[in-house]
Design a protein around this ligand. Structure first.
Ligand code: SF4
Length: 90
């Protein structure tokens, strides 16, 4: 089986070498940006096995990624996390 043309996480860069260990690196990116709940659950299940889940989540939060599943959280889950962190910091 060959890797899909576009896999997730999207680009490799020197500042994000955690991506080399991503559980999703050979999975079609569409799975992580799907709108339907079943596909989102599929993405989250991959994230739950991922050794760099925390790094991925912090990357998404720091870069205000608006779409997709990152670090096992959907966009609405990340917004809740950010609000909770702000409340805790206040
Ligand atoms: S946590 Fe999920 S989206 Fe992030 S790198 Fe791992 S498998 Fe990919």
């Amino acid at each position: 089986m060959s890797a899909p043309a576009r896999s997730f996480p999207l680009a490799l860069d020197a500042l994000a070498d955690w991506r080399a260990d991503a559980a999703c690196r050979e999975i079609d990116v569409e799975v992580f940006f799907a709108i339907d709940e079943a596909a989102q659950r599929e993405a989250i299940a991959v994230c739950e096995t991922c050794p760099v889940r925390q790094e991925c989540l912090e990357h998404a939060v720091a870069n205000r990624e608006q779409y997709g599943v990152w670090g096992g959280l959907r966009e609405q889950d990340r917004k809740r996390l950010v609000r909770a962190r702000r409340r805790d910091a206040a």
